[in-house]
Structure formats: structure tokens, C-alpha cells
Design a protein around this ligand. Structure first.
Ligand code: ZN
Length: 263
């Protein structure tokens, strides 16, 4: 273990939502971000940030718009911190590009180290539901905005390395580039099957037929990525780091993935 990793692991804030919020708050002014609160249930605010370019566009779509989300599952902290570190290192990009950021979609889960929300729901299966206030607020925030790319940051306790669900227009191929860059930090999961579906070199790539996947494989429950791909995004990449590896490397890999795919 390097001194840097030891220092990180012995002082980490992995499940400290207040610390996370404080660091995002420090980016609002330098990055010209506008903060939204989608829900404040139980004193756990679900925050969103829209960049100036996205705000100025209103409901018009901006070429190259980005959607970045972490922490839908609270027991997967690396994405939350990797996204924050990426943002702290990319103030200029945030000042220029149209970006919507959901820095921690399940703050109760993060604090309590739980996959579900406080009511026991897996938020990543209910993006089609409008009767839930959080999802209604999310949908209002989304409006009719079309994004070039959506990145959804997750972790998996069964994984043996990084892997990716890539929903994309057939002519695009960003996932491979992102996973390759991360190999300097964490290995790629070489399993031929993950969560019951076939993978090839850490990637499950789909370009169509997602409604059928929801019906046949997900009992009709819409994950964020599929909902986005059908309604709002040309590509939706769900990146996964392996939870049993060091948090230090997982956060580094999450940041590296975002950095690589957006550059
Ligand atoms: Zn997850």
C-alpha cells in the first residue's frame, strides 16, 4: 500500500453526506452551477446541479450535453467520490459545457450504506414511476432535454474487476476506451456472465430493444440507464467498480472513467 492510499483510507469520508455536500457547495460559484433539491425527505436532500450552458438553453437541447449521476445505490460510494473529484479537477469544462449532475441520488442509502432508499426501494428500478415525488421531480428537471452522453456510476460486490453496460447508438464506441484507461488502476472483469447476462471483455453492449429487456429481464422496472437511453440520451453508460477492492483504487477508477470518456 502506498502512503497516499494509506492516508486516503485512514481518513476517508465514504459515507459522510455532509462532507460530500460541502465539497459540491464549494464548486457552485467557481463553476456557475445552479443547485436544485429534488427531494428533502428525512433531511437527506437529493441534489442536482445544472451548468450555466444548460440553464441558458432552457428547454432547448444543446449539442454535446452531458448527464452525470452517482450514488443511486447507497452502498456504492466510489462513484459518488470519483465524480466529485472529477468535477473539482474540471472547473473549466463545467463552466463551458451543458452538464446536468446528480452527485448522490440516494443520500439516505449513502449514509446508511444501503442499496435501497429509506423505504426499501431499489431506485434503479423505478425510473418509469411518476407517482413517487422524487421521480416526478427528476422528470420535471429533465424536461425534454436530450443528452449526448449519460454516465451512471455504480459498484458491484460480486465483481472481479471493472465492467460496463453500454447502451448506445450503433456508430459510437466510448465504453472500450473508458475501460482500457481504467486498466492502469483496476483489472477488467473477464467473467463471461455477470448478473445473468453474457459479457465480452467486461462490456455488455446493446443498441436497441431495451423495452423488451425491461419486460423480460427486469420485471418491468426501469433502471436509470434504460429510461435515459429511450427518452433522453444517445448513449447511456453504466460503469461498475468492484466493491471488494480498495476504496482508493475504486475512486481513482471512477474518476478515470469519467475523465477518459468525456475527453
Ligand atoms: Zn448500483
Amino acid at each position: 500500500m502506498t502512503d497516499e492510499e494509506r492516508r486516503y483510507l485512514t481518513t476517508h469520508d465514504a459515507h459522510d453526506f455532509a462532507a460530500l455536500r460541502q465539497r459540491w457547495a464549494a464548486l457552485i460559484q467557481p463553476c456557475s452551477l445552479t443547485e436544485f433539491t429534488l427531494s428533502d425527505k428525512g433531511g437527506f436532500p437529493v441534489l442536482a446541479y445544472r451548468s450555466r450552458a444548460l440553464e441558458e438553453a432552457g428547454d432547448q437541447s444543446v449539442p454535446g450535453a452531458l448527464y452525470l449521476c452517482a450514488g443511486v445505490h447507497g452502498d456504492e460510494p466510489a462513484g459518488v467520490w470519483g465524480l466529485l473529484e472529477w468535477a473539482e479537477a474540471n472547473v473549466a469544462l463545467l463552466c463551458e459545457r451543458a452538464v446536468l449532475i446528480l452527485p448522490c441520488f440516494n443520500p439516505w442509502g449513502l449514509v446508511n450504506n444501503r442499496r435501497s432508499d429509506a423505504e426499501g426501494r431499489d431506485l434503479n428500478r423505478i425510473f418509469h414511476q411518476t407517482d413517487l415525488p422524487l421521480m416526478a421531480a427528476w422528470r420535471e428537471l429533465m424536461g425534454s432535454t436530450q443528452f449526448e452522453l449519460a454516465l451512471l456510476l455504480h459498484e458491484d460486490y460480486d465483481a472481479r474487476g471493472t465492467y460496463l453496460y453500454e447502451l448506445t447508438a450503433p456508430e459510437l464506441n466510448l465504453g472500450e476506451i473508458g475501460l482500457t484507461a481504467c486498466e492502469a488502476i483496476l483489472p477488467r472483469d473477464q467473467s463471461l456472465e455477470i448478473e445473468g447476462v453474457p459479457f465480452e471483455n467486461g462490456i455488455l453492449r446493446r443498441t436497441e430493444g431495451m423495452e423488451q429487456v425491461v419486460e423480460e429481464e427486469l420485471d418491468g422496472g426501469y433502471p436509470e440507464a434504460i429510461y435515459l437511453f429511450i427518452h433522453h440520451a444517445r448513449s447511456a453508460l453504466t460503469f461498475e467498480t468492484p466493491s471488494e477492492f480498495s476504496l482508493w483504487h475504486r475512486v481513482r477508477a471512477q474518476r478515470c472513467f469519467v475523465e477518459t470518456v468525456l475527453s
